[in-house]
Design a protein around this ligand. Structure first.
Ligand code: GLC
Length: 565
């Protein structure tokens, strides 16, 4: 592998507006302070005009990611899949879906990214396969009690069409589906915590453990730098599959759910110790970032003990209200829980599962938990974008790693008025349209001001873009020095240049309840004003601000970076 020190590759990188050369991270520990860009492949860039993004589309835009200044990209599932859940229903873990490209194209992408100093993370989906996976087809063709069925969670029903237990699917409805028995006998049921097309694997079966390690090895051997782990907290189920006793369709247990029968079971940690040992056996070591929806920072930190995973998304900002005091409390809680296990925090504002934060932050009087998934509430997009700019500066000043979701650097909003007929999220389909689902944050990116899909591809994309996205396109924002895109570029470059020692503690400044302010080591002060009135800035030279700073006054919903005196 290629990324070693600040060698030739780094030297070829373009100089940023501040005149700094972007630093190439060392081989070890790069992930502790990385800025990673999430590529939702279906919607990033379509090279062949089938309306879906693809591997060659990503290859054509690597220069954009380099210029943005990120360290790595995380590509959402690109495997062969019937696409019952946007590719999170994997039919073959060792290949690329034909709509996305070929294995050869994927290898070329990895090499080209590395040559530009970008690392590549993939998405592994270990909790469930697709019903189209060879194992599941074999399981259906095999009798109850067979080895093939034991790779999944098959159980007899409780009689008269009643499922084995009361668990609910995260996507709505029961978490079990019945399959026909032989010769008119009652059939067994299989567990699916998500869509019925996503049968859960049985992680108590050693064959499953071995197979998934081998899948990781396959991609690591191709040079992939690491994996985002889908539903990491869900792999192991309670041995007795006891009733939950409530009608619960959420992605995690609640506070006090120390013994949830299928979320965050203690047994998952042993699996990840095995994964870490494999990743550490590579040179350079490969890395993991977990999607683990657990109720508290302390529970999350357990996934990050030294012999377990490197990192896990901290969903603080996805759940916290926009108030300085609340943000500070959440940040402190996350930092101290992670410090206890020596892990960096992995901050994020958005991903492909939640309402885009330009919309969320503009919601009027919304409870942040509801704002996460609920659509259609009143929102003030100008305010949302102003806050989103400020939030970007907050995030990028924090110690730890930052994950950006494609399009947030353009300030894209949630598309809330997609026609029902075009919606593909199983959440929408399974709720009979009652829940709009996640398509609105997955609308194809606008690259140019015009064209059938604003430069996403040569034809229309799989979802239509709002016409106003012409003005939010990369082309339009390139031309505007005050655009969100330029703010992100400057902030990322400044972070790389001045804040590489970020994996350390914060020094809080007390500037009032509505002002979040801290000093990082070394030398940068962040000030964020969440009040409705301007506040005075502390001493220091202004490095960057998310809005117009007049004299020494920081306007509402604005953040600034200052040199620390
Ligand atoms: C994760 C993914 C989400 C998917 C689900 C089931 O939460 O981020 O998109 O639907 O897992 O795989």
């Amino acid at each position: 592998m290629i990324l070693r020190g600040a060698g030739g590759v780094a030297a070829r990188r373009p100089r940023g507006p501040e005149g700094s050369v972007r630093r190439m991270r060392g081989t070890h520990g790069w992930w502790r302070t990385a800025v990673v860009y999430q590529v939702y492949i279906r919607s990033f860039c379509d090279s062949d005009g089938d309306g879906l993004g693809d591997v060659d589309g990503i290859r054509g835009r690597l220069g954009y990611l380099r210029d943005l200044g990120v360290d790595a990209l995380w590509v959402n599932p690109w495997y062969p899949s019937p696409q019952a859940d946007g590719g999170y229903d994997v039919a073959d873990y060792r290949d690329i879906g034909p709509t996305f490209g070929t294995l050869e194209a994927a290898k070329a992408l990895i090499a080209e990214a590395h040559a530009l100093g970008l690392r590549v993370l993939l998405d592994v989906v270990p909790n469930h396969t697709s019903v189209a996976h060879a194992w599941f087809r074999e399981a259906l063709a095999s009798p109850p009690g067979s080895t093939a069925r034991d790779r999944y969670v098959f159980r007899p029903g409780r009689g008269a069409g009643e499922a084995p237990n009361d668990w609910r699917s995260v996507f709505g409805g029961p978490a079990w589906r019945e399959v026909p028995g032989a010769d008119g006998e009652p059939g067994e049921w299989y567990l699916h915590l998500f869509a019925p097309e996503q049968p859960d694997l049985n992680w108590r079966n050693p064959e499953v453990t071995a197979e998934m390690l081998d899948v990781l090895r396959f991609w690591f051997d191709l040079g992939v730098d690491g994996f985002r782990i889908d539903v990491a907290h869900g792999l192991v189920k309670h041995e007795d599959l006891p009733d939950l006793g409530r009608d619960d369709e959420v992605l995690m247990g609640g506070p006090g759910d120390e013994d949830h029968p299928h979320w965050d079971r203690p047994e998952v940690h042993e699996i990840f110790r095995g994964w870490r040992a494999l990743a550490d056996a590579y040179d350079p070591p490969r890395v993991f970032v977990a999607e683990a929806w657990v109720p508290t920072s302390d529970r999350l930190a357990q996934y990050l003990r030294p012999d377990e995973l490197h990192s896990a998304f901290d969903f603080t900002f996805i759940r916290a209200p926009w108030r300085a005091a609340a943000l500070r409390e959440a940040i402190e809680r996350s930092l101290s829980a992670h410090a206890r296990v020596g892990a960096p925090v992995t901050w994020t504002l958005s991903n492909h599962d939640v309402v885009r934060h330009a919309t969320r932050l503009g919601r009027l009087d919304a409870d942040p938990a509801t704002a996460l998934t609920a659509l259609g509430g009143p929102t003030d997009l100008a305010r949302g974008r102003r806050r989103a700019r400020a939030a970007a500066l907050l995030l990028l000043a924090l110690p730890g790693a930052v994950y950006l979701y494609q399009g947030e650097e353009l300030g894209l909003e949630e598309v809330e008025d997609l026609p029902d007929a075009l919606r593909q999220d199983p959440v929408f389909v399974r709720s009979g349209g009652a829940v709009a689902g996640r398509d609105g944050c997955r609308v194809p990116l606008p690259w140019t001001r015009s064209g059938p899909s604003l430069g996403f591809g040569p034809s229309r994309g799989w979802l239509p873009q709002p016409t106003s996205w012409s003005g939010r396109s990369v082309e339009a924002q390139e031309a505007d020095p005050d655009s969100m895109l330029h703010l992100y570029r400057r902030a990322i470059r400044l972070r790389q240049a001045h804040m590489t020692g970020l994996d350390s503690e914060l020094q809080w400044l007390e500037l009032g309840d509505d002002v979040l302010a801290f000093r990082t080591t070394p030398g940068v002060t962040l000030v964020l004003n969440t009040s409705a009135a301007a506040v005075p800035l502390p001493p220091g030279d202004l490095l960057l601000a998310s809005g117009v700073v007049d004299g020494a006054a920081l306007p509402p919903d604005t953040a600034a970076w200052l040199t620390s005196p």
